[in-house]
Design a protein around this ligand. Structure first.
Ligand code: TMP
Length: 210
């Protein structure tokens, strides 16, 4: 049996991840590929508890390092209890965010040294990396206007526009570092055009992952 593949979806707030996630899962289902969908932080009961701790608005300032360690604690649990068992069973795993988000949010956003993130990444993941990462790109002003129109903002979403611009720059730096793994989709255009880019990317990439 072939090992499953690991696909991640990334982007700044309000970029349309949920809608594009449904396009992706429709595509995998139509191709008869067995898959599960998950998210980070989260994906197991314990990791979801950590997610709630990370995202809850609170009066007490949260130390960037505490935020980083919580995200990786959730990830360690998610990898061991959910991601790896599914991949081993031949099931593809689609995750709404993964470690690129840590480099973007805690690294560029909060200003934590990349070397510290790399050390935790090695400890928690070993050599494990996504097989494909779909990055939905959009200026934060557009994304945040959409996010504002949704439900109440979580703690990270309230960090402000400068923060979100740094997060986007963090993602773009990751893409230039790992151009093979990423597909960038312009998510600032109308949804049918976003969908068309996503489907074209999947047509080009999924075959080689099978
Ligand atoms: P989302 O599910 O709405 O995308 O929310 C998850 C939030 O958590 C989002 O603001 C990004 C943030 N996040 C980090 O700061 N670091 C991480 O490593 C991950 C996976 C998410």
């Amino acid at each position: 049996m072939n090992r499953g593949k690991f696909i991640t979806l990334e982007g700044v707030e309000g970029v349309g991840k949920s809608t594009n996630l449904s396009y992706l899962t429709d595509y995998l289902a139509a191709a008869n590929i067995p898959f599960v969908v998950t998210r980070e932080p989260g994906g197991t009961p314990l990791a979801e508890e950590i997610r709630a701790m990370v995202l809850a608005p609170r009066d007490e300032p949260v130390a960037p390092l505490a935020e980083l360690l919580m995200v990786f604690a959730a990830r360690a649990q998610h990898i061991e209890q959910f991601i790896v068992p599914h991949l081993d069973a031949g099931t593809w795993v689609v995750s709404d965010r993964f470690t690129d988000a840590t480099y973007a949010y805690q690294g560029c956003g909060r200003g934590i040294d990349t070397a510290a993130i790399l050390e935790l990444e090695r400890l928690v993941q070993g050599a494990m990396q996504p097989d494909l990462t779909l990055y939905l790109d959009c200026p934060p002003e557009i994304g945040m206007a959409r996010a504002d129109a949704r439900a109440a903002l979580d703690r990270i979403e309230t960090a402000g526009m400068d923060f979100m611009n740094r997060v986007r720059a963090g993602y773009l730096a990751r893409i230039s570092q790992y151009p093979q793994r990423f597909v960038t989709i312009d998510a600032s255009v109308a949804l049918p055009q976003v969908k068309a880019q996503l489907i074209a990317a999947l047509d080009a990439r999924i075959g080689s992952l099978l």
